[in-house]
Ligand binder design. Structure first.
Ligand SMILES: C[S@@+](CC[C@H](N)C(=O)[O-])C[C@H]1O[C@@H](n2cnc3c(N)ncnc32)[C@H](O)[C@@H]1O
Length: 651
């Protein structure tokens, strides 16, 4: 007798548990599931620093474990399983991931870090559905999810800690404790699924099986669609190959060699509440030559294909809003650029409560045009309008405008907005030609003048520097505080432009001095951006980082530099830095890191549209470039600001 009907759906199928954990085995056996145990050979060596969130690491490990078994069985066991279940449990506390302790001291370190605190237990689970085809190929579909449970430990005395460690129980358990046995005595409370802490989130697993077997897929559909309960519980379905169900819109089937399909939402945000998962058919390193693998990627932005909707069904409001937002996006940008250029936000900061004709008079523009511009800005949340009794509306800045749009705000983006208006906007009006021709050079020459020509035109140079300055001021603190840099005394910010980033570093690290190294034409203008002697720990050196000797430092900073250059140039620069470094020297890279599947973030991908020589890269791509120049990546941080950061060390 099985309580959950979905478990009985698996009877007669070859279900494999890709884990040797006796606790998982017991949980699934007790639930009435019949399965074989084939422990995975996958080595749990994924670089934790490359994941945005710890649960993504657990999910990815679970996936790799399950896929390894699913791929091995047809060869080594001469049978193809129907389902392979992989799982990985981790404990996180204070931003650290705790797995199994390697020895007693490691167990002590883990348990003392949990003492008196609440921590999270994540189990990532991957379910691989294997479909054997007539030609003996196997199609793999992957559904993954995770469960989080919060656990609070009591304050543990040294005696208690060592007594528990000496019991031997901590050694094979994530976080160094087993809640189902002696370790239960350490726990003050549990919020969430208890079995998840033991090692397997049975309830969530059954819900997933229910979705797979009861809600969306008939046997024939199963070859076309895989069902996901995204981490926030939203049901989405991704179509993989030509559907047979009348409910599914026809999709072009993809050969194993065709590119993976990305359905990007216009405003992707990893881990956003709308995030769901996507499936890819790919021939990457995970696939053996004869096996086609459909991989679901980590929690991603993906605009889910709604399989219940036909192309002629009534459009949904949110779909229309999304499309309209994209179609009108350029109008909104240009309204912002124009209001910023005409100094509307500065005017309303010093004189709030002006009506359209007063604003028009001050900015020397037409009343009609100004009225439209102010109304548009108010609709975009940049201005607030108030009805003046029986008269025309009056305007003032919203908090957003106060913080970012007035030109003298500490986090003003005015400089960057003007750069977008004067340089990026005209450039993008030639996007179609650039896409057709595969190069921007012609257009860049006309509008952008690239570095080497812009440097001779003072106002263009100042505008560019001002754009860099404004972004660096907004992002600088997040980058400067992304890592513990207390061990470094001297830094050199290569291509440090106005020094805005360098000042954030000295502010955040009292023991650090920073040399800003940039082209002579840039260094000579840097004082326009700072009052003299703002901080005597920041100094400027003029030079060319490809040709000249680099100043000595124990930390080098490359913020928004590498994306400007192709791999060959990046190698030249990195090898010059490597030569200047002594072992142990640090190198901090700050860029937008593309997601590993290159599905986002769209800021990075949209910026890539205007690149001629350079390119946007993922954290792994940067790590590989660095590694081949003798740098080992120590940490990666996604800062939630414009830029991400990576800290490497010279070996
Ligand atoms: C995209 S900006 C980044 C500025 C700054 N790192 C930041 O994050 O705000 C690129 C900077 O690299 C500088 N640069 C470009 N080529 C250079 C070279 N060969 N040597 C030194 N600096 C260079 C530019 O002058 C510019 O200041």
């Amino acid at each position: 007798m099985v309580l959950n009907p979905v478990i009985s759906k698996l009877s007669g199928k070859l279900v494999v548990l890709a884990s040797a954990s006796p606790r998982r085995l017991e949980i699934l056996r007790n639930a009435g599931l019949r399965f074989e145990v084939v422990p995975s050979w996958f080595k749990e060596t994924l670089d934790k620093g490359l994941f945005k969130a710890p649960q993504e690491y657990a999910v990815e490990t679970a996936k790799q474990k399950a896929l390894e078994v699913a791929r091995r069985m047809p060869f080594k066991h001469l049978k193809t399983p129907d389902i392979v279940i992989g799982a990985d449990t981790i404990v996180t506390v204070d931003g650290m991931i705790l797995e199994k302790p390697v020895d007693k001291h490691d167990a002590y370190r883990m348990l003392s870090s949990l003492s008196g605190k609440e921590h999270s237990v994540f189990t990532g689970v991957a379910i691989v559905l294997c479909h054997e085809k007539e030609n003996e190929e196997v199609d793999y579909q992957l559904v993954d999810f995770y469960e989080e449970t919060k656990v609070k430990f009591a304050d543990l005395s040294e005696d208690m800690l060592w007594e528990y460690i000496n019991s031997g129980e901590p050694m094979d358990k994530a976080g160094g404790y087993g809640i189902q046995a002696l370790g239960g005595m350490l726990v003050e409370y549990v919020h969430g699924d208890f079995l998840n802490v033991v090692g397997f989130p049975l309830n969530h697993f059954c819900k997933q099986l229910d979705l797979i077997y009861n809600h969306s897929t008939s046997a024939s559909d199963r070859e076309c669609a895989s069902v996901h309960l995204s981490h926030n519980g939203t049901l989405t379905t991704s179509v993989l190959t030509q559907p047979t169900s009348p409910n599914l819109p026809p999709q072009p089937s993809r050969s194993p060699n065709s590119p993976a399909k990305h359905n990007s939402s216009p405003n992707p945000r990893p881990n956003s509440p709308s995030a769901s998962q996507t499936h890819h058919t790919h021939d990457g390193p995970l696939c053996s030559p004869v096996h086609k693998v459909s991989i679901s990627l980590p929690t991603r932005q993906v605009m889910a294909l709604n399989v219940t909707e036909h192309e002629d069904s009534e459009p949904k409001k949110e779909d229309l809003q999304r499309i309209t937002g994209l179609m009108d996006g350029f109008k909104a940008s240009k309204a912002l650029f124009t209001a910023s250029k005409l100094c509307v936000f500065d005017l309303l900061q010093s004189r709030p409560g002006l009506d359209a004709s007063q604003v028009a008079h001050e900015i020397k523009a037409s009343v009609k045009g100004t009225e439209c511009l102010l109304e548009a800005c108010a609709s975009l949340g940049l201005l607030k309008s108030k009805e003046r009794t029986s008269q025309k509306p009056v305007y003032e800045n919203t908090d957003l405008a106060v913080r970012f749009l007035r030109s003298d705000a500490p986090f003003s983006l005015h400089g960057y907005i003007q750069h977008c208006n004067n340089t990026v906007w005209p450039l993008f009006s030639h996007l179609e030609s650039a896409v057709r021709e595969g190069r921007w050079k012609k257009w860049k020459k006309m509008f952008y003048r690239c570095y080497f020509s812009f440097l001779s035109v003072t106002h263009v140079k100042l505008r560019f520097m001002s754009a860099m300055h404004s972004i660096a001021k907004v992002t600088g603190k997040s980058v400067a505080t992304a890592f513990d840099l207390s061990g470094y005394k001297t830094a050199c910010d290569l291509g440090g432009c106005t020094g805005a980033m360098a000042y954030e570093f000295t502010k955040a690290h009292p023991g650090l001095s920073v040399i800003v190294f940039d082209l002579p034409a840039v260094v000579e203008m840097s004082e326009h951006f700072h009052p003299p002697h703002t901080d005597n720990r920041v100094s400027f050196v003029a030079g060319d980082f490809f040709k000249d000797e680099l100043p000595k430092a124990d930390l080098y900073i490359l913020a928004r530099i590498l994306h400007d250059w192709p791999d060959e140039k990046v190698h030249i620069l990195l090898s010059k830095i490597a030569d200047a470094c002594t072992p142990g020297c640090g190198l901090l890279i700050s860029e937008i890191f593309l997601d590993e599947d290159r599905g986002g973030p769209s800021r990075g991908l949209l910026q890539a549209l205007s690149m001629s020589e350079g390119k946007q890269r993922s954290a792994t791509e940067y790590s590989l470039l660095l590694k081949s120049n003798g740098f080992i990546t120590a940490h990666v941080r996604h800062t939630d600001n414009f830029l991400d950061a990576m800290l490497c060390n010279k070996v």
